[in-house]
Design a protein around this ligand. Structure first.
Ligand code: 0RA
Length: 703
């Protein structure tokens, strides 16, 4: 199926098989309906639509090369060596099939139960091409077929002349060139990285398909790359090119993809499991194809990368569910029969996921995607299909590869043991009432008010910031809880262990809600729980950790709108007696301009000083006044931590309800934090460090 080996000849197809449905006006009226958006996603989608047709030709066994070239005028050329789009004349309309395919919505090769036509794509063969045509100021189709070269050109989807034979050829294939319409797309800027990433993935998904990407946008006056190679239409060796290019070709398909993901990891067993099977499924007009590859590595988090009809489904869905069910069951059955893990206790679904890298690719004629972003496979047939094919063949794999089986089960056994130890630790803390009780933590400076709706708690980083915050607070309604930075050293990704941590325990007791089975939102002691961490890497780290904790164990608190993030200023700018605060880089620049401070005067005073100790004022000496000859004496200070502010400044900028801004945490923010938590807490320290450094700024802006 996914193995293009060029077949000769062709299925007997003619123009009468193409159903004519609608004109293209609706596409230009509501482009979003057809390509999702007219932003960067929609723009890149244009290439996908054209590529998908060529890829389907490859998957049907008729093409083995596809070349995508970005050209200097922002047009894109997609070349394949398939059969070529049919050019024969439609008996009723007397119009070439090529014209019908490129100018008619919903036209394409028939997809029947007769096994003819095209197995797979987001739509049908040729469907997307007309949409792209409608949204392009210019398109050209060049078909090599039946010994002839046929050409037609279009403007905004309208053919400029009938299909014309312009020459003869001994090759077959299709060349589509299009230039997106500036009236539709605000900016026409293709992202090379995005293209490379997407088509690398496609090359893994269709093994033996060569995909060549050429970025000729900068080739200016140089001759356009118009390569020749004996068995293709346009094809070029990388070495002949004078512009950036890259090619992908994977004989191993998704097995290569698994190896790629596991490249820098320690493998737990040698053999990569792989299956590809077709299956008749009720409710689907043609057989469903299932492909799975997997290998375990010495890591904690699983990577399950799943596709439906070559479309990535980060949201998972039915294929992933079926896979997980079969994985757990098969490993448990094998374990029972072979007595690998002593004790006879079954592995859970989570136990068998640790360290797993799996690629699942399902192809079915009729797919439904679900979820807000349509990134989840909804088709219920996928579940049983994957469950049965994978379950059966994975059991065979384990029988035939006892060493691999043993490695996998040993790995799952470790996960099981860790889970049990964590649970024991959690149980001892979560025993009913253990986190309730009357003893509020000593570090908490509680507020006087007893009415939760008027009470706030600031969670600050470190004792020094805690001291400043205590001085700057309104003690009637504002409580302060300092947390030590050391809560970062939570062992691996075990959140339950985190709860055993004294700092976190203090926090939970202060909130009053308890946790786990005894959690009760009604008991919360503050209706504003405010995370106030520093504007640096550690601060971002602690914030992520707290958001994750709240997301996993106090979700109701987020849903109730009780969780906030403080927005302390980044800069203090003083001009004479006037004091201003800037909360973002942009604000700083605007402020400096407003104050009449010129670019050349903009030296920052870097205060790399010790944070003040409990009760101390922030060290003013650190602020070095830059005298300015043109009378505008000013100083600018960058705050790295809350502890660098004195109590008045902290109150004025961050704490006082009348003057501060707070960012309310939405459930999506916390969910995102939860997702990156595993990276932050993973075992790979260098990766973690670079991730945090790379994302600390971004995380800041998002929240
Ligand atoms: C309809 C029918 C046939 C091929 C194609 C469309 C086709 C479309 C595209 C779009 C890009 N490359 C393509 N290659 C082929 C079948 C033709 C036959 O039976 O010979």
């Amino acid at each position: 199926m996914a193995t293009p080996k060029k077949k000769q000849g062709s299925a007997d197809y003619s123009a009468k098989d193409i159903a004519v449905l609608e004109g293209l006006e609706p596409v230009r009226k509501r482009p979003g309906m057809y390509i999702g958006s007219t932003g960067p996603d929609g723009l890149h989608h244009l290439i996908k639509e054209i590529f998908d047709n060529s890829r389907d030709e490859a998957m049907a066994g008729y093409a083995d090369r596809i070349e995508i070239t970005l050209l200097p005028d922002n047009s894109v050329r997609v070349v394949d060596n398939g059969r070529g789009i049919p050019v024969d004349t439609h008996p009723k309309t007397k119009v070439s099939a090529l014209e019908v395919i490129l100018t008619t919505l919903h036209a394409g090769g028939k997809f029947g139960g007769d096994g003819k036509g095209y197995v797979v794509s987001g739509g049908l063969h040729g469907v997307g091409a007309s949409v792209v045509n409608a949204l392009s100021v210019y398109m050209k189709a060049e078909v090599h077929r039946d010994g002839g070269i046929y050409v037609q050109e279009y403007n905004q989807g309208k053919p400029q002349a009938p299909v014309k034979k312009v020459g003869t050829t001994d090759k077959t294939g299709t060349i589509i060139t299009f230039r997106a319409d500036e009236e539709i797309f605000k900016t026409i800027a293709y992202s090379w990285k995005r293209i490379v990433d997407h088509y690398r993935e496609q090359a893994y998904l269709v093994r033996n398909l060569a995909i060549c990407l050429i970025d000729a946008r900068e080739s200016k006056d140089a001759p356009l790359p118009t390569p020749k190679k004996p068995d293709t239409v346009y094809w070029m060796k990388d070495a002949e090119l004078q512009v950036p290019s890259t090619s992908f070709y994977f004989e191993g398909g998704i097995v290569s993809m698994v190896r790629h993901y596991n490249h820098f990891q320690k493998e737990v067993h040698k053999t990569v499991y792989y299956v590809e099977r077709e299956l008749e499924v009720e409710g689907q007009p043609a057989p469903v194809t299932i492909e799975v590859a997997l290998q375990y590595v010495d890591d904690i988090s699983p990577r399950i990368i799943a596709f439906a009809n070559n479309i990535y489904t980060p949201g998972g869905g039915m294929h992933v569910t079926g896979f997980k069910t079969a994985l757990t069951r098969t490993l448990n059955t094998y374990n029972k029969n072979n007595n690998v893990i002593k004790g006879g206790e079954p592995l859970t679904g989570d136990d068998v996921l640790e360290g797993l890298t799996a690629v699942i690719s399902i192809k079915m004629p009729e797919v439904q995607f679900e979820g807000q972003t349509k990134d989840k496979l909804g088709s219920p047939e996928a579940r049983g299909a994957v469950e049965s094919i994978f379950g059966e063949t994975f059991a065979e794999f384990l029988e035939e590869h006892p060493d691999d089986a043993k490695g996998i089960l040993r790995k799952a056994e470790l996960a099981m043991r860790a889970r049990k130890a964590a649970k024991a630790a959690k149980d001892s803390i979560l025993r009913k009432g253990a986190l309730e009780g009357f003893t509020l933590p000593g570090k908490l400076a509680d507020c006087q008010a007893r009415d939760a709706s008027e009470s706030e708690i600031f969670i600050v980083e470190g004792d020094s910031a805690g001291g400043t915050a205590k001085q700057g607070r309104d003690r009637r309604t504002q409580a302060i809880l300092p947390l030590r930075g050391k809560i970062l050293n939570v062992e691996r990704a075990r959140l339950d262990k985190m709860i055993a941590n004294n700092e976190i325990k203090s926090l939970v007791i202060a909130l009053g809600t308890s946790i786990g089975e005894t959690f009760d939102i009604e008991k919360i002691r503050y209706h504003k729980v405010i995370i106030a961490t520093d504007a640096d890497v550690d601060g971002a780290h602690i914030r992520t950790l707290l958001l994750t904790l709240f997301y996993r164990y106090f979700r109701e608190m987020i849903e109730a709108g009780f969780l906030y993030i403080a927005q302390p200023p980044l800069y203090k700018i003083q001009k004479g007696k006037e004091i201003h605060y800037a909360y973002t880089e942009d604000e700083k620049i605007t402020l400096l301009k407003t104050l009449g401070i010129s670019e050349s005067e903009m030296h920052e005073v870097d205060t790399d000083t010790e944070a003040p100790q409990d009760g101390e004022e922030a060290p003013v000496e650190a602020e070095e006044s830059i005298e300015n000859k043109s009378t505008s004496a000013y100083k600018i200070q960058r705050y790295k931590g809350l502890g660098e502010m004195n109590a008045d400044e902290l109150k004025e900028t961050t704490m006082d309800p009348a003057r501060r801004t707070l960012k309310q945490v939405r459930i999506e923010d916390a969910k995102e934090a939860d997702r990156i938590f595993d990276v932050l807490m993973g075992t790979d320290v260098p990766a973690r460090k670079s991730f945090i450094q790379g994302n600390a700024k971004v995380a800041e802006l998002d929240l």
